[in-house]
Design a binder for this molecule. Sequence first.
Ligand code: HPA
Length: 273
Amino acid sequence: MPNPLEDNEVNPMEIARLAADQIADLTGVASHDIALTLGSGWAKAADLMGETVASIDATQIAGFSAPVVAGHVATIRSILLPSGKHALVLGARTHFYEGHGVRRVVHGVRTAAAAGAKTMILTNGAGGIKPTWTAGQPVLISDHINLTASSPLEGATFIDLTDLYSRDLRDLARTVDSTLDEGVYVQFRGPHYETPAEVQMAKIMGGHIVGMSTALEAIAARQAGMKVLGLSLITNLAAGISPNPLSHAEVIESGQLAEARISALLAQIVAKL
Ligand code: HPA
């Protein structure tokens, strides 16, 4: 079945509305307060945050499709937090490098907004540029540089991106772990990892984290009026910063090693929202 988001005549906001209605029906939760996209290494947070009310196969929901990357899961979960708030966990990220277009990339965020979420937590596994960082370290995203040459906004839609990654939410995260460092996330298209020269470029531009997701999603979240908290797990030092070559296996392994620790951190942050 073709994905409706690939039809240019279709309004992506209408598909997000439809998806949100389907999620409300299937979970029995009329409205969600918080949404999370859990990237490499962060998935266990869903188990720690609260009680899973419903878990749905994302491919049942309008506009979603199966993830292509081993280690990524395609479920959407509704979780009741101890505070009584409802969190929607999106385990089905579509990456820009998959080539399905930016509408598909931001559909999860738009669906979360249509489902009522006012706060969007975006997590990922990424390469670190700061030489003091080590693999397995979580860091806050303070801002981004979007090198995808794309935007989820269509037409003359001028959206302010000042304080895109909410300072308030970063401060709140630091009340849980005062040692959390932060940095500017640079989104490359991928799926190849960066060359050492590209990492140096990102560094000179003011970047500290390199990855292949999140920036486009954050823009869509802001368009939808959500507050954004961005968290990266440094799975490896970026190409050329580390003397070792990069591998997807290393990225997955770092995620697995750090998973329990960073998931507990994220669950504690969510409890304070
Ligand atoms: N670069 C881009 N994306 C990544 C990296 C990296 O070094 N590590 C994990 N995802």
